[in-house]
Structures are given as structure tokens and as C-alpha cells.
Design a protein around this ligand. Structure first.
Ligand code: C5P
Length: 317
């Protein structure tokens, strides 16, 4: 891959910016069907991703040589900004692949919870790839960035494209899915994260205990049909997450939280990804507000947010 070659943005007449700001959404999994663990240590998935309007903002500012990172905002507590940070690794990977000498100062304003099942770390990596590609004037298109992103985490490619998509393999083999209308979600977030590897390990443990070997997952066809029809009631009935039993086993309060939301009138609810964020679907904006008020008054979640989806992926602003 080349840096500032004939195909670069500079050659196309773009001025090199000093700084680039990218807004990147979090995701929820409307279906997460989990198959067996493969030789690479990852489970085979069939998942429907929807990008939702809870955004992190990544600002990439030109720097002489080093990659530095500062995390800010309500959800930044406890996130390391060193080389283990996925955004720093994303900038480093891009620099190696394109032989870049320049550095970058990353500032990340976090609203997506960390270890919350909404791919907050992957969102920051996706935002960093898009921001740094523009900052360093690389010729990389979204497909190339998604390919690099998949090396950092299975959710990164989806957060570059956004919208609504079927993810196969580890979730990184994406096909956009037809989704009519806008969906109103109430997110109930926890103040402590769940570790993704731990939730998958518990999934394996529960399967072994039951003497069951997970089969390759089927496509969540009924959910896909409900999304294509734009029918929130049907969507609510077909939300499914095979990681709920292990997430409940690690965090039993999630089961109670789901019960409260359902009784308060949600069309459906599920743990997002490996949790602990729980997403409740409401039929419209007013119902979402009422549901959020009810959940708040019962004190069952650390933080509650109303979001809509689908929204676009990482976007320069
Ligand atoms: O995708 P990510 O690198 O965030 O995944 C973290 C860990 O979660 C993996 O190392 C693996 O243990 C587990 N995982 C899995 N199957 C998946 C996704 C994640 O077992 N499809």
C-alpha cells in the first residue's frame, strides 16, 4: 500500500488538514447466534448489527513522530491510553502498513461505555482508522480500512460502515441488510463492565455442562424479515442473544433488569453483545421516553440513554 502516491487525496487536490474529527457510533446486536469455537479461538457467529446514535468522537491532530492518546468524557474512566488501547493500535497499524513517519495526537471523547457490549473500544479503533487515513492523506478506501480493522477486532469493520448489517464468521464478514424505518431504543447501562472473553468462556462452560456442542448458527431470518418490513413489534419479538445465559450467570441482576423493562412496556429487550448493556425497543419516541423514566424511577440501571438506529458508521465531521 502506498502513502501520498498518485491516488492519494493530495493528488486529488485535498489540502492536508492539521486535525480531523470523526464521529463514530456504538452498536447493538439485534441477533447474536453463537456457534462452536474455531481453531483461531473465536466462536462462529451469525449476528445482526445495528449502529445506534450513541457516539464517540475521535480527533486526530498531526504530530511530529509519536502516537499519543487522551481519553475524555463521561465514559472515559478507567480506560488506558497506552499501547494496549485499540485506538493507539489502530494508528500504529495504519502507520506500519503505509510506511508513515508522521505521528498523531488522538483525543477521544467517550460516550460509548467501556466493556459494555456496544463495541466502544472497536468504535474508537474504527474512528481512528478513518481519521488518520484522512489526516495522513492515504488512498485507503473504507474497504481497505475495514480489512485492517478486522485485524484489531471483529466489530471494527461494522463500525466503519454502520447502518444495519448481517455479520458472519467472527462478525467481520458483513452484508448490509435491508432495514426500513428508525428504531427507538432505551439503553440501560451498568457501572461495571463484563469481559468479552469471560462471557464466551462461560458460554463454552455452560454448553459443556449441558453436554451440548453448539451447531453452526443459522441466519436469523425472521428478524431480517421484520427489519425489512419495518415492523418494530415483530423486531421486538425476534431479538435474540445466545450470550444471555452466560451473561446472566456472571451478572444475575441483568435478568431482573430485563424483566423490569418488559413489564414497563418494551416491545422487546436483550443484552447487547457480551453485555452488560441492555437494549429495550420502544414503539416510538414517546414510548421510549416513558420507558426510560420508568427504568430511572426503579433505579435498576447506572445510566439510561435513549438512542435511535440505524445510523451511519465512522464519519468525518
Ligand atoms: O473481538 P475481540 O478481540 O474483542 O474478542 C475478544 C475475545 O472474545 C476473543 O479473544 C475470544 O476469546 C472471545 N470471542 C469469541 N468469539 C467471538 C468474538 C470474541 O470467542 N466471535
Amino acid at each position: 500500500m502506498g502513502y501520498a502516491d498518485d491516488m492519494s487525496l493530495a493528488a486529488q487536490g485535498w489540502d492536508q488538514p492539521d486535525a480531523v474529527r470523526v464521529r463514530v457510533p456504538g452498536k447493538i446486536n439485534l441477533a447474536l447466534l453463537v456457534g462452536p469455537r474455531g481453531d483461531d479461538g473465536y466462536h462462529e457467529l451469525a449476528t445482526i448489527f445495528q449502529a445506534v446514535s450513541l457516539f464517540d468522537e475521535v480527533t486526530a491532530t498531526l504530530a511530529p513522530a509519536d502516537i499519543t492518546c487522551t481519553m475524555r468524557g463521561a465514559m472515559a474512566t478507567g480506560v488506558g491510553a497506552g499501547i494496549d488501547n485499540l485506538a493507539v493500535r489502530a494508528a500504529d497499524l495504519l502507520r506500519q502498513e503505509y510506511d508513515i513517519d508522521a505521528g498523531v495526537e488522538l483525543t477521544i471523547d467517550k460516550s460509548i461505555p467501556v466493556a459494555g457490549g456496544m463495541a466502544g473500544g472497536s468504535a474508537d479503533a474504527a474512528g481512528t482508522l478513518v481519521a488518520c487515513a484522512r489526516l495522513w492523506q492515504l488512498s485507503a478506501d473504507d474497504a481497505e480500512l475495514a480489512e485492517l480493522g478486522a485485524r484489531l477486532g471483529a466489530d471494527v469493520p461494522f463500525l466503519i460502515s454502520g447502518g444495519c448489517a448481517l455479520g458472519l464468521g467472527r462478525g467481520q464478514r458483513l452484508t448490509p441488510t435491508l432495514s426500513r424505518g428508525s428504531y427507538h431504543w432505551v439503553l440501560a447501562m451498568s457501572d461495571h463492565g463484563l469481559s468479552t472473553p469471560e462471557v464466551y468462556a462461560r458460554f463454552d462452560h455452560l454448553a459443556a455442562q449441558a453436554g451440548r456442542t453448539p451447531a453452526s448458527p443459522d441466519l436469523p431470518r425472521e428478524l431480517m424479515m421484520a427489519l425489512a418490513a419495518g415492523n418494530p413489534r415483530e423486531v421486538g419479538q425476534h431479538l435474540v442473544n445466545d450470550l444471555e445465559p452466560p451473561a446472566f450467570s456472571l451478572a444475575p441482576s441483568l435478568r431482573t433488569l430485563l424483566g423490569v423493562g418488559r413489564r414497563a412496556g418494551a416491545l422487546g429487550g436483550l443484552v447487547s453483545g457480551s453485555g452488560p448493556t441492555v437494549a429495550f425497543l420502544a414503539c416510538d419516541e414517546d414510548s421510549a421516553t416513558n420507558l426510560a423514566l420508568e427504568l430511572s424511577s426503579q433505579g435498576v440501571a447506572h445510566q439510561i440513554r435513549i438512542v435511535t438506529g440505524p445510523v451511519p458508521g465512522a464519519t468525518v465531521i
